[in-house]
Design a protein around this ligand. Structure first.
Ligand code: FES
Length: 77
């Protein structure tokens, strides 16, 4: 990646309030305060800056990850 493009991306990232990472064989990690709406329309406005959201379907505290993905050997890809 050239330096100009890298600097442009860096400047763009600095303006973002949240960032999302899909962890290999695990949850989606969200950095930043967000408003999470579940399938029933309930909102959770997060106050901490790091959250992990389940994407394996096994969590007992959905939409958040409770580590159950390890028990079912979840494979993300
Ligand atoms: S991704 Fe962790 S419990 Fe589903």
């Amino acid at each position: 990646m050239n330096i100009g493009l890298r600097q442009a991306i860096s400047r763009k990232e600095q303006k973002l309030e949240s960032r999302i990472f899909c962890l290999k064989n695990g949850p989606v990690r969200v950095y930043g305060a967000v408003d999470i709406e579940d399938a029933n329309g309930r909102h959770t406005i997060t106050t901490s800056m790091v959250h992990e959201l389940c994407r394996c379907g096994a969590s007992r505290v959905a939409p958040f990850c409770d580590g159950s993905h390890e028990n079912i050997s979840f494979v993300s890809e």
